[in-house]
Every structure is written in C-alpha cells, then in structure tokens.
Write a protein that binds this ligand. Sequence first.
Ligand code: GAR
Length: 184
Amino acid sequence: MKECKRIAVLFSGKGSNFSHIVKALHPDEAEVVVALTNNPAAGGIEVAKEAGIPLEIVDSKVYDSRKAFDREVVERLQRYAPDLTVLAGFMRILTPVFTENVKAVNLHPSLLPRHKGLHAIEKSYHDAHDTGGVSVHWVTSELDAGEIILQKEISKEGLTLEAYDRKIRQTEKEALVEAIRRVL
Ligand code: GAR
C-alpha cells in the first residue's frame, strides 16, 4: 500500500474481527475512520471506545424498513469518506440502497457458496465435506453472494465442533486482514 487508506468497519456483536483489524492495520497501514453498529449492545462498541475510533450507532430496531435503515447507514458512512467498508460480523441483509453506494467486503465463516446466511459454522461442520473454511467477498445485494476475494480451507478431520469453531474464528481474522490488504 502506497498511502494510508481509510476504512470503515461495521459489526453487530462481539467485534473480535473488528478488534483484530484494529490491532493489525490501524492506524499505520489503514486508518479505521469510523466503526458502525446496528446494535446498541454490541461488544465491539468497547473496542471502538478503547481505540478512540469514531463510533456510529444506528439501531436497526427503530427503522420501519431495510431501505430506511440502509439510507441512514450510507449517510453516516459517507461523512467519513472511507475508501473501503468492511463488514466484520455485520448481521444485516442489505438492500441496493447500501450496495449501490458503498464499496464493501464481507467476511463469512464458510466456503461460499456453501452455507450462506446464519449458523454457517455449525452447518459446515455437519455437512458431508471433509473441509470447511472462511470466505471474504465483495458485497452485493444478494446475500453472501458477491465475487470471492479469498478463501481459506480448514480440515475438519479429528476436530470437535468446538475445536472447529475456534479454528474458523482464528482463520477468519487472518483471512479478513489479508483480503483488506489485497484490495486496498
Ligand atoms: C464471525 O464469525 C463472522 O464470520 C460472522 O459473524 C461472526 C462475528 O464475530 N459473520 C457472518 O456470519 C456473516 N454472515 P465477531 O463479532 O466476534 O467479529
């Protein structure tokens, strides 16, 4: 990367992937110019506060429609002019209001196109394949379906569900940072 790029990170829950992005990239390689969550109780809020990263909370429960929520998110993001937006556990189905206005990548804990949507780790573990994995892809308005940027495959052999889950969560952090570096 030639110059320091500006990224926005969106999350809905614990924010462990957000936290890893902060540790690995912020602020020298890529500056996290804003963190945004749809969940006022998200654990990731603390990560943003500790790192002194500007935080936007857009509570999805108070919007009448997906479009109205997306409109507010797009408006808040545009104030920070990010070069790239990273969905790190942002558990929302997005409309074209978002996807046509925001250049974004998403992290998903399966080898897409397998197991789109919720509970992908459990579904991967219990499927007929010997391997599972993680994907980072471009965001489109079709859920978990945009072009793949990178995938990492994980063998399930000899792993309990808990051990497989741990391995996914470790590998997805590496994958996400690698993908961000690749596209910036
Ligand atoms: C991660 O496992 C991520 O892959 C998943 O949510 C978790 C967020 O964890 N994302 C999806 O399932 C997207 N469809 P975190 O809040 O600790 O980063």
